[in-house]
Design a protein around this ligand. Structure first.
Ligand code: PLP
Length: 448
């Protein structure tokens, strides 16, 4: 690295998320300097298609002036105030009202947090608090799924069903249990149909509930479509069979809509795409297109009622963040939702999704690809090759490097390449993205 360059100072001073610190200097940081639409540019002036919308989040694309102006207006008027102890302000009220009204199932209240992890962490605490308030202190266990991703705080990382998030942190914490990954291709038994596999998943969940004692299980967390765990679509009939079991044993259903929310799957929420009936929805990322950090939980009356009821002898919900409902973040989120609605970005996703899925699925023909999967404007291709079968992640790393060199930012989740571009992507840009995606895989295949 050039002395005193941003790259050299980054290596000198910054500890990064999800980055192997032992290799950071050798790999060299990629400095992203600016963005416009679906593109970002690095500090050498090289342009990339941002096929991950940052981290599954920049719905309206980079450089959206309306969000900048919304932030500036709110900064001048009231740059900060909190929402503790009966205090409130316009942007948080408006956003709460907007989200409750947008919810595809009846919801009572919105609670604001600052990240997906905090939203899920808060959901856990609210669920525990509610059980105590209802005089059911033993109803505390929570079930999530292997490969599910729900965040990285101590409790949300415990929900996350990935070894990397548990190993070396002594997680999961007590009371968090995991049921099997719903990934059909890797989990199916010989001859098992997708519907039969979904049924087995549901039976496994019910067996777990019965073994633990239904009165001890408070909630089940799931993403409508698993994102960071490799873009795993629910197998046919999955949610139809899981949900009645939760109802049968009075278990709350938390839909983690942090990735699916606000258009990603071709409906405003994944909850609509899969006909879900969650009691709690957690939202973040596309809520503000990640221009500012903000997240939220929507809770229905079943959750909220016992908390606000006179019979609750516990008292105040002893929880809250300094920046909960931050007025500038809330103002940006409101403007972002306005853009999503005015431009009918959800309709746009439906319009371009057939091209996105056609191009994605055509990669399945490639000898290096063992599975392509996607819905709406989220997808992935899973790669495999005999020569690297004992070193998972090597192939993903190679393809990732080739993409970067060709001007495409995807994300290697092990050997699975994810695609989750800004919702504003045009049909031509979808084709541009997959032209590079295909060329990168071809190049790596030739070198194996
Ligand atoms: N839930 C889901 C489905 C996610 O994809 C993520 C992040 O990728 C989170 C929760 C955690 O969000 P954050 O990184 O904002 O804490």
């Amino acid at each position: 690295q050039i002395p005193n360059s941003l790259e050299a100072r980054d290596v000198a001073f910054q500890l990064h998320s999800y980055t192997d610190a032992r290799k950071h200097e050798e790999m060299g940081p990629l400095v992203i300097e600016k963005g416009e639409g679906i593109y970002v540019e690095d500090n050498s002036g090289k342009r990339y298609i941002e096929a991950m919308a940052g981290l599954w989040s920049v719905a309206v694309g980079f450089g959206e002036k309306r969000l900048v102006e919304a932030a500036a207006r709110q900064m001048e008027k009231l740059p900060y105030y909190h929402t503790f102890a009966h205090r409130t302000h316009g942007p948080s009220v408006e956003l709460a009202e907007k989200l409750v009204n947008m919810a595809p199932v009846p919801m009572s209240k919105a609670y604001f947090t600052n990240s997906g992890s905090e939203a899920n962490d808060t959901a856990i605490k609210l669920i525990w608090y509610r059980s105590n308030a209802m005089g059911k202190p033993d109803k505390k266990k929570i079930i999530s799924r292997v490969r599910g991703y729900h965040g990285v705080t101590i409790a949300s990382a415990s929900l996350t069903g990935l070894v990397n998030n548990h190993r070396s942190f002594d997680l999961p914490i007590a009371n968090i249990l995991h049921t099997s990954s719903p990934h059909y291709r890797t989990m199916k038994k010989d001859g098992e149909t997708e519907v039969d596999f979904a049924k087995r998943c549901a039976t496994e969940l019910e067996d777990l509930i019965l073994a633990e004692g239904p009165d001890t299980i408070a909630a089940f967390f799931g993403e409508p479509v698993i994102g960071a765990g490799g873009v795993v679509l629910p197998p046919e009939g999955y949610w139809e069979q899981i949900q009645p079991i939760l109802k049968k044993y009075d278990i709350l259903f938390v839909a983690d809509e942090v990735i699916c929310g606000f258009g990603r799957t071709g409906n405003m929420f994944g909850t609509e795409t899969y006909n879900l009936q969650p009691d709690i929805m957690t939202l973040s990322k596309q809520l503000s297109s990640s221009y500012l950090p903000i997240s939220a939980l929507l809770v229905n009356e079943k959750v909220y009622g016992p908390v606000a009821d006179e019979s609750n002898k516990i008292g105040t919900f002893g929880h809250g963040y300094t920046a909960s409902g931050h007025p500038v973040a809330a103002a940006v989120a409101l403007e972002n939702l306005k853009i999503i609605e005015e431009r009918d970005l959800v309709g746009h996703v439906r319009d371009i999704s057939p091209t996105f899925l056609k191009r994605l699925n055509s990669l399945q023909e490639h000898p290096l690809v063992i599975e392509a999967r996607g819905i709406g404007l989220i997808g992935a291709v899973e790669l495999a090759h005999e020569s690297v079968k004992d070193t998972p992640g090597v192939l993903g790393g190679k393809v990732n490097a080739s993409y970067l060199e060709k001007g495409l930012i995807s994300r290697a989740l092990g050997d699975t390449m994810a695609f989750c571009p800004p919702l504003i992507m045009s049909e031509t840009q979808v084709n541009d993205m997959f032209d590079i995606a295909e060329a990168g895989i071809n190049e790596v295949a030739k070198g194996l």
